[in-house]
Design a protein around this ligand. Structure first.
Ligand SMILES: [Zn+2]
Length: 411
């Protein structure tokens, strides 16, 4: 069986592009440049003449418009790096054609089993082509499924100039997994009116809402002195940190007790000693106005601690992280409407979904480029149990082509 999309996908996942949080270079790992070079070469081979990789490793190319009127420019975005949570070195994609609906034992590590009981979506794809890892690495469908889908859709449009569409910008970014995906994308140079990230799970979903997010740093300052003479003098910041954490809401407003549209406060890093302790707390809510009230909860708890220990100080500092994509999508409602239309034309019933997290699209949208996220066949990302489905990727290609047509008819 020859299949361009499958070949592409397997070719891209074999390139080791694991991002490295501890690196100070951009991109964080040089092999991301290697995949970018490969993609730029392949885009030029499709006669997308301006395809190039910039000094940050970001690949940009243009599919010129085939309509005569000035249709809005649409960008398709995917990231070439993979998560550092599981190695992406020597990925050996396993192709399960005509999948039989049973549990899949991964051959490189038979202790790793993809169970249908844990993956109900898998059962629904009986008879399709499933691609897994061999159990020793992640697959990298997050986000090389997106990369392959965009490349395949670009090749299709380049080969079919009779398909009416406006200008399309192809954009491959680096280091999304370590939160640096947007850092070096020049939105002016991208020149798009609207964008879509191809980095979503399954098929037929449109992520149009994300959390709004801030980070609070709670600094508890005590009084340190040698324990031998500590009586009546020492104020141990570690004990106060314990009190502080204990007094935070636990039965609500925590990731352990919330779901759907509920927000939370999530202490996730603590460090320090007797003199001082810092606690980092993630603040998350879909409602940006509500998010702004979350630090009050921390400050109220801080007050109870300093009331009891007046010689201690508790400071709460808040830095902004990202904002709910829905806030920025309001300015271009067609971004979601046209994606729904394209999915219907591709034979899917679109589902608008919310993300309990952020995407590169939340930052792009906040910067003024409306960027929803579309399904591209990802499952179990960041894990050796990661898998994808060829037919879901094929569907995503059809959605992109239809989306190009829908925007091509607009002004
Ligand atoms: Zn991703």
């Amino acid at each position: 069986m020859t299949n361009n999309l499958l070949d592409r996908f397997c070719r891209y996942v074999r390139v080791h592009t694991t991002a490295d949080e501890n690196s100070t270079t951009y991109p964080s790992t040089p092999s991301q440049l290697e995949l970018g070079r490969m993609l730029a070469d392949e885009l030029r081979a499709m006669a997308l003449r301006d395809a190039a990789q910039d000094k940050y490793g970001i690949v940009l190319a243009t599919i010129p418009a085939t309509v005569q009127h000035a249709a809005p420019c649409v960008a398709w975005i995917a990231h070439v790096d993979t998560s550092p949570e599981t190695t992406g070195l020597n990925v050996k994609p396993q192709i399960h054609a005509n999948y039989d609906g049973r549990d899949i034992v991964l051959p490189g590590d038979p202790s790793k089993v993809l169970r249908t009981a844990d993956n109900p979506e898998l059962l629904a794809l009986k008879g399709k082509t499933i691609i897994t890892t061999d159990g020793t690495t992640l697959l990298g469908a997050d986000d090389k499924a997106g990369v392959a889908v965009i490349m395949e859709a670009a090749a299709h449009l380049a080969a079919h100039p009779e398909i009416p569409h406006g200008p399309i910008r192809v954009c491959f970014t680096c280091d999304e997994e370590i939160g640096r995906g947007v850092d070096h994308v020049d939105l002016k140079q991208l020149g798009a009116h609207v964008a879509y990230t191809l980095d979503g799970s399954g098929a037929g979903e449109i992520d149009g809402e994300t959390f709004s997010a801030d980070l609070a740093t709670v600094t508890i300052t005590g009084v340190n002195i040698h324990p031998s003479i500590g009586k009546g003098r020492m104020v141990n910041a570690i004990r106060l940190a314990g009190l502080f954490l204990d007094r935070l809401p636990r039965t609500c407003l925590s990731p352990e007790t919330t779901e759907g549209r509920e927000g939370f406060l999530h202490p996730y890093v603590i460090e320090g000693g007797v003199a001082q302790v810092k606690i980092k707390v993630l603040l998350r809510d879909f409602d940006t106005a509500k998010l702004a009230e979350r630090p009050d909860v921390l400050r109220a708890v801080a007050k109870t601690v300093t009331a009891e220990f007046p010689r201690a100080a508790v400071d709460v500092a808040v830095t902004k992280q990202y904002r709910n994509m829905a806030d920025g999508l309001k300015k271009e409602p067609r971004a979601l409407k046209f994606a729904e239309e394209a999915m219907r034309r591709a034979g899917l019933e679109p589902k608008l979904t919310i993300v309990r997290g952020g995407t590169d699209g939340s930052r792009f949208t906040e910067l003024g480029l409306p960027t929803p996220n579309l399904s591209t066949g990802e499952h179990n990302p960041h894990s050796p149990l990661e898998w994808t489905c060829l037919e879901e990727m094929q569907t995503a290609v059809r959605v992109l082509v239809e989306l190009a047509k829908v925007w091509g008819a607009a002004r």
